[in-house]
Design a binder for this molecule. Structure first.
Ligand SMILES: NC(=O)c1ccc[n+]([C@@H]2O[C@H](COP(=O)([O-])OP(=O)(O)OC[C@H]3O[C@@H](n4cnc5c(N)ncnc54)[C@H](OP(=O)(O)O)[C@@H]3O)[C@@H](O)[C@H]2O)c1
Length: 344
């Protein structure tokens, strides 16, 4: 197959890190621009994927703002996660994948472009019965949900708490909680999401912005005894919830949706209560997990989506050019992901 010489891509304007906490953007054009770039040539062991659909995850927004766990590459295509077809490869293993429909995470970015070069070993061939939107959001949130749910099980927690529970990841956790019989206390900001979370599998859903939230949480904690807090927000509510949890509770911070961060006046109680504060990053989990473990999790994730036990809710799909002007507005719609279709 002959590939075109150039392609469209959304590239980051600036390089390196910057102190811009939180994923909120007023306009993607503040951080990215649309450029015509050469279509990458595969190096030995690499495949070229024609990107069909890419996710917009909070990690992409942290990255383009310079506040993710790795520095921005100025002028490099953004976007970590997507799906597409392998259209070229170099070396036996890479050439063997030509024609395959795959899911991928581009470690240095590149999903918000028409083509991306990736090491053949990191693309995931997909079952034919997976929907395209599930394929485009197949790795970042599902693998994190599986890994963090393992953490809950290994901790032998009777129950757990999840913040930002109406996020895509929170909804996946609720399904796991129901299927494995470990009650999840789902925390959301909007009243409209309470019923949604219970329908997805949460044992209890509480609205953090409602009057009486602290008392409602204290009651749920007394009944269900949650000892793990899976926290994507890291704000004052998260801190207050953690200190209201039973002794030996773990606060696992895996996202920073709030730009301010909490104050911790009760920090000294950690000395006496056996409580712990820690972080979780999928990138580290991927490095540490055995290849058997990773393969098992990937198969289970595909099965869950193919069988309809999980699904990816999508609120908007934008072309690369439309995303510059329209992404910030599209992200305001709750309860679903925004996708980017590079070829549109
Ligand atoms: N550490 C890791 O390896 C890892 C891997 C995957 C994902 N994550 C993190 O997981 C989180 C969820 O990702 P996702 O893709 O599932 O998100 P998503 O579907 O885009 O949903 C974002 C959710 O966050 C809520 N939210 C935003 N700002 C908030 C705030 N200040 N306080 C409370 N809630 C807030 C929104 O609630 P409203 O409806 O109220 O607006 C929405 O439900 C993100 O923080 C992401 O960075 C981390």
């Amino acid at each position: 197959m002959t590939l075109p010489a150039t392609m469209q891509a959304l590239v980051t304007r600036e390089g390196g890190y910057a102190n811009n906490p939180g994923p909120h953007i007023d306009a993607l054009s503040d951080w990215c621009e649309l450029r015509e770039l050469p279509v990458p040539e595969p190096e030995e062991g690499q495949v070229i994927v024609r990107v069909a659909l890419a996710s917009v995850n909070p990690s992409d927004l942290h990255y383009v703002k310079g506040s993710y766990g790795q520095p921005r590459i100025a002028g490099g295509p953004a976007g970590f996660e997507g799906t597409g077809e392998v259209v070229a490869g170099k070396g036996k293993a890479a050439e063997g994948l030509v024609g395959a429909r795959v899911a991928f995470v581009a470690p240095l970015g590149g999903a918000w472009a028409e083509y991306v070069a990736l090491d053949h070993s990191i693309v995931i061939p997909l079952r034919p019965d997976l929907l395209e939107e599930d394929a485009a959001a197949q790795i970042v949130n599902p693998l994190t949900a599986m890994a963090m749910f393992d953490l809950v099980r290994e901790a032998k927690a009777e129950a757990f708490v999840a913040t930002a529970a109406a996020s895509q990841l929170g909804k996946l956790l609720a399904g796991l909680a129901r299927d494995h019989g470990i009650p999840m206390i789902a925390l959301v900001r909007r009243e409209s999401q309470l019923a949604l979370l219970e329908e997805k599998g949460a044992a209890e859903a509480l609205q953090t912005t409602a009057p009486g939230f602290a008392e409602a949480f204290a009651g749920a904690a007394k009944r269900l005894k949650p000892r793990v807090l899976l926290d994507a927000v890291a704000d004052q509510v998260s801190a207050d919830v953690f200190f209201a949890m039973p002794n030996r509770a773990r606060w696992v911070v895996y996202g920073q949706l709030d730009a301010e961060g909490p104050r911790l006046p009760q920090i000294g109680t950690l000395i006496f209560t056996g409580k712990r504060i820690e972080g979780f990053w999928l990138t580290e989990w991927m490095r540490a997990a055995s290849s058997e473990k990773r393969v098992g999790v990937v198969q289970e994730v595909q099965a869950r989506f193919a069988e309809g036990r999980w699904r990816t809710d999508v609120t908007a799909t934008l072309g690369l050019g439309d995303a510059l002007a329209g992404l910030a507005k599209a992200l305001e719609t709750p309860d679903g992901k925004v996708m980017i279709r590079p070829g549109a």
